[in-house]
Design a protein around this ligand. Structure first.
Ligand SMILES: Nc1nc2c(ncn2[C@@H]2O[C@H](COP(=O)(O)OP(=O)(O)O)[C@@H](O)[C@H]2O)c(=O)[nH]1
Ligand SMILES: [Mg+2]
Length: 193
């Protein structure tokens, strides 16, 4: 996949705004601050395509990035406690809208911080992928922050916890700072578009 021509395409805040599906889409989901923007930037080899470290939860939008022959879709980060009830409702409606508007969603990446146990919200995200029959990979982010012992322990525990959702091979440790898992994710995208 050639990401040289990748660019920000549009941000959508309501399901009515979502464009018709004309290209395959690969989507990325995870709680605020999990490292989603950093991962997207790393995969495409651009430092600041997706904004990183920006205040979480301030806008709920689905961001599309267009590459040669597919869209990378940055789903809104969830789990940010301080957003209002209305924003939470909007989040749910938008996500539901994204998954129900008859799109060509080829693959999902569900990001979880490798230092923490997946939360109920993460499980709700896995449920969405499963309910809409979208094959997905779980990406364990910030794996550079664990020492060898913690890494092995957390990996084994998370694989066990998620065994009814994904095969062990579909759980990929990742680090944007140490370049771990980048090629694996690129290959998965390649295979699915
Ligand atoms: N150590 C480390 N920090 C990371 C990694 N990925 C993201 N971060 C940091 O985590 C914070 C949130 O990252 P961001 O990509 O903006 O998360 P997003 O809210 O999910 O898009 C930023 O301060 C990043 O620098 C990683 O792989 N390793
Ligand atoms: Mg982000």
């Amino acid at each position: 996949m050639n990401y040289n021509k990748i660019e920000f395409f549009a941000a959508y805040g309501t399901k009515e705004q979502l464009p018709e599906s004309n290209l395959p889409e690969i989507c990325f989901a995870g709680r605020s601050n999990v490292g989603k923007s950093s991962l997207i930037n790393k995969i495409v080899g651009k430092k600041a395509l997706a904004k990183t470290g920006s205040k979480p939860g301030k806008t709920v939008t689905i961001n599309f990035f267009s590459a040669e022959n597919l869209y990378l879709v940055d789903l809104p980060g969830y789990g940010y406690a301080k957003i209002s009830f209305e924003e939470k409702e909007r989040f749910a409606t938008l996500m539901e809208g994204y998954f129900t508007t008859n799109r060509n969603i080829r693959h999902g990446f569900a990001l979880v911080d490798m230092r923490r146990e997946p939360t109920d919200l993460d499980f709700s995200m896995f449920d969405l992928f499963r309910d809409y029959n979208i094959p997905f990979t779980v990406v364990l982010t910030k794996c550079d922050k664990l020492n060898k012992g913690e890494y092995q322990k957390n990996l084994a525990e998370i694989k066990e916890m998620l065994s009814c959702y994904v095969k062990a091979d579909d759980i990929v440790p990742f680090s944007a700072t140490k370049n771990i898992g980048v090629e694996t994710i690129r290959e998965i995208i390649e295979k699915n578009c």
